[in-house]
Design a protein around this ligand. Structure first.
Ligand code: AMP
Ligand code: MG
Length: 263
């Protein structure tokens, strides 16, 4: 992670303007595939689903991915959940309890804005529970994700990385713009003090929970437009791998046409 270039745009030669054009085209493709996933569940009982897991420091751009990438598809087929500080009730349960309750139903794309990984990130950095408790969570998470994949959920795990300097710019932008004050949290400034420990926690997360069945994608997120394009491509790839097509009618189309025309 120390060598990771958060301003890079791997796999894309163009700039922001070229990205906008491609984004429109690829968003349309994503929307089509999502509708196909939904249609196959609705019309043919296909039980599969996709789960996008977004992790990243404050102002890394998770909200922008939700707004612009997920926002390009039909909300009917999306199950979105943001995970903040656990409630009393959630804390009284195993850390995966609230996660299980938010899993996408068949035919849907689930979106986790933060996730079970907070339980090995902020929890580890701030010692919210002792190491004996968070340490075994890496293996628990791997077992949990294995279970999800075996049950037909494709995981798309995206860790978004911005530089400390870029984060400062983003937070300043929030302060400078009254329409963005709602996104600003004074605590985010304090978290900046813990940057090295977060880097360490992210490194451990990547090393211990990137599996062959649910790999992590490290996303250079300094350039917003690149992140959107990249996540769009990751979702398209995940959906294309399902080999979907439009479900055939389970009725006689011609007979139905005749019947309808006589009404
Ligand atoms: P935001 O995503 O800006 O709404 O912030 C949500 C906050 O909740 C972040 O500071 C997260 O680190 C924190 N959070 C999320 N999950 C947990 C958790 N399991 N334990 C403690 N804090 C968490
Ligand atoms: Mg925040």
């Amino acid at each position: 992670m120390a060598d990771f270039d958060t301003a890079a745009t791997p796999g894309f030669d163009g700039g922001k303007a070229d990205a906008a054009e491609l984004q429109a085209e690829r968003s349309a493709r994503l929307a089509e595939l999502q509708e196909m996933l939904y249609a196959n569940w609705k019309a043919a009982g296909d039980h599969r689903s996709v789960l996008l897991v977004l992790q990243g420091m404050d102002a890394a751009g998770k909200g922008g991915i939700v707004k612009h990438v997920v926002g390009a598809v039909n909300p009917m087929g999306v199950r979105y959940t943001a995970f903040g500080r656990p409630t009393e009730e959630e804390l009284a349960h195993h850390f995966l309890w609230r996660i299980r309750r938010a899993l996408p139903p068949a035919g849907h794309i689930g979106v986790f804005d933060r996730s079970h990984y907070e339980d090995v990130l902020i929890v580890r950095v701030h010692n919210l529970v002792p190491p004996e408790v968070w340490e075994p969570r890496y293996d628990e998470i791997n077992a949990f994700e294995r279970e999800l994949v075996d049950a037909g959920t494709t995981l798309v795990k995206v860790a978004m990385f911005i530089s400390l300097g870029r984060q400062k710019e983003q937070l300043l932008e929030r302060l400078d713009d009254p329409t963005k004050h709602w996104k600003y949290n004074p605590g985010d400034v304090d978290e900046r003090q813990h940057w090295p420990r977060y880097q360490e926690a992210y490194q451990a997360m990547l090393e211990r929970t990137s599996t062959e069945y649910a790999p992590w994608h490290m996303l250079p997120a300094d350039r917003r437009w690149y992140g959107r394009l990249a996540v769009t491509e990751l979702l398209i790839a995940a959906l294309e791998a399902l080999g979907l097509s439009w479900p055939p009618a389970d009725f006689d189309v011609e007979a139905e046409r005749k019947r309808l025309l006589t009404t």
